[in-house]
Write a protein that binds this ligand. Structure first.
Ligand code: HEM
Length: 196
């Protein structure tokens, strides 16, 4: 796993839970790296598992919820570092459908040694996308968060169904639906006069 995933994770922990919690989980995880990461380095995924597991114990928040929260946080990092990639797509469905064959292909060049999931498109329409997620790291909640944020980025709403094909989360079916954007009346505080 790339160092940037660790450095940003530690930043999120510090921001959301404070320096004391950060220090505690680093020491209880007994990491080979001692919790010292450089953004371009590559580290064992097991270290991330230990950090998340110990953060879950420390905060009482389930590990999958922490991974989901981290996905939302990491999306901001992606938009900051890779504006050019986002500007290539005009719709969230188009972008998500390109992760496997374009985006992560570029990622492999920018971040040598990146450990990435595999996505397989099962069905694609203008306003829906069905795709399978495969990864031994079982970070499907991270994927769900990135998908939701992709819609937000394009100012669209979505509804996402997940179906665990394997209980350990290493194979998950995503059904993604673009939702019509809720239209808010411009002067919602001005009431029209009753008709009766
Ligand atoms: C500008 C767009 C994107 C960039 C630059 C990017 C880059 C990356 C990087 C650097 C990693 C970490 C690799 C490692 O630690 O070795 C990663 C992992 C991941 N990415 Fe992307 N990504 C992008 C968009 C997306 C989107 C939209 C999705 C959602 C479908 C996605 C799904 C994932 C998942 C689920 C992982 C975790 C690894 C796993 O599950 O095995 N990525 N990505």
């Amino acid at each position: 796993m790339k160092g940037i995933v660790f450095t940003e994770f530690l930043d999120m922990v510090e921001q959301e839970f404070g320096l004391e919690t950060l220090d505690k989980i680093i020491s209880s995880s007994q990491l080979e790296s001692n919790g010292v990461y450089t953004s371009v380095g590559t580290y064992d995924f097991f270290e991330m598992q230990k950090l998340i597991g110990n953060l879950s114990i420390e905060t009482g928040i389930p590990a999958n919820d922490l991974i989901y929260a981290y996905g939302k946080f990491f999306f901001q990092v992606l938009t900051r570092h890779h504006k050019d990639i986002f500007s290539l797509y005009s719709s969230p469905i188009e972008m998500l459908a390109s992760v496997e064959n374009h985006i992560h292909v570029q990622v492999r060049k920018i971040y040598p040694g990146a450990e990435l999931p595999t996505f397989k498109i099962m069905n694609q329409k203008e306003d829906s996308l069905e795709m399978m997620y495969f990864s031994e790291r079982s970070m499907y909640m991270f994927a769900k968060a990135l998908m939701e944020k992709t819609f937000e980025h394009y100012h669209k709403n979505c509804y996402i169904e997940t179906e665990l094909i394997k209980n350990d989360g290493s194979q998950v079916k995503f059904k993604i639906y673009m939702q019509p954007h809720a239209i808010r009346p411009k002067n919602s505080n001005i009431r029209t006069s009753p008709t009766t």
